[in-house]
Design a protein around this ligand. Structure first.
Ligand code: HEM
Length: 265
């Protein structure tokens, strides 16, 4: 088919494609933005390993199972913001990771139950589940104005993702707010040189799993993440880290379609 009608059709198809690619992240972009930026939202990180047996299945069967897995994820996107990451090749702990944001933890639980109950899910083992929640900044309001302004500058994201859970010691929690504020100011001073190239998000997880925080980073420069962690390990606040990582997850940001394509190979 040629001519203007075809052109209109393909332009329209292109627009539809762009819209559906954007919408692939959630039912409504506005809801997704809210879930990712507002306080009081739950974040669940679920890392899965695929059993070797799955790789021996017929290619067609695997592809049908992956499509059913995709349908399960898509179905939950009306309530949840779901991000997918490929860990295989960079992390020995698991093959892929789901990061789920929702107003209710039970919605995230239902998604994971539905994934595990799907035909593909029978070949998956859950290697790690971390739960946390976003909260209003505890210390930033007490920082000097210049530092507050620096923190407002945008951060660049990138293909690499790192998830590092942290547990603090009891002494940290027993310190008065002003002492913790001073230490977090020192933390921020040391970290600010990397603010531009390392995008971060903090989840509070005390009581929701074995850690106190889940720290999440996206970057195009893993070398900056490395230097950042070294810089932060020198500040006083770091002495209160009782557990840092163990595990650290490293992977790449992928769309659901890319993930399915890679796993299906
Ligand atoms: C881009 C570099 C970073 C900057 C600019 C930065 C800045 C900050 C700021 C401003 C806070 C205080 C939030 C509040 O007011 O509640 C904070 C908290 C925190 N940061 Fe960082 N950070 C960076 C990287 C990191 C890294 C690499 C880690 C560890 C892997 C980390 C671990 C934490 C933890 C655990 C908290 C919570 C502390 C608490 O509430 O007790 N940060 N960070």
């Amino acid at each position: 088919m040629t001519g203007p009608r075809h052109m209109v059709h393909s332009v329209f198809a292109g627009v539809l494609f762009v819209l559906s690619a954007a919408g692939a992240s959630s039912a409504s972009a506005a809801d997704r933005d809210k879930l990712l930026s507002e306080p009081g939202v739950y974040g669940t990180f679920a890392a899965f390993r695929i059993n070797d047996e799955w790789g021996r299945l017929d290619q067609k069967v695997r592809s049908t199972q992956l499509n059913a897995f995709k349908a399960v994820v898509e179905r939950h996107r009306d309530k949840l913001a779901i991000d997918t990451y490929l860990l295989r090749g960079l992390s020995d702990r698991a093959d892929f990771l789901l990061r789920i944001h929702g107003a209710e933890l039970k919605d995230s639980q239902q998604l994971l139950l539905d994934v595990l109950a799907s035909p593909f899910g029978r070949y998956l083992s859950g290697e790690l589940i971390l739960n946390g929640m976003s909260k209003k900044a505890n210390y930033v309001p007490g920082f000097p104005d210049g530092m507050k302004a620096d923190l407002k500058a945008p951060s660049e994201s990138g293909p690499y993702v790192a998830v590092i859970p942290i547990r603090k010691d009891a002494d940290w929690w027993a310190l008065p707010q002003d002492q913790r504020l001073a230490m977090m100011q020192e933390h921020t001073e040391a970290a600010l040189p990397y603010h531009k190239t390392v995008k971060r998000k903090l989840y509070h997880s005390t009581g929701l799993d074995d850690f106190d925080f889940i720290t999440y980073f996206e970057t195009a420069k893993p070398d900056d993440l490395h230097s950042l962690i070294l810089a932060l390990s020198k500040v006083k606040e770091a002495r209160h880290n009782r557990r840092f990582g163990h595990p650290t997850l490293l992977g790449t940001v992928t769309t659901l379609d890319q993930l399915i394509e890679t796993l299906g190979q």
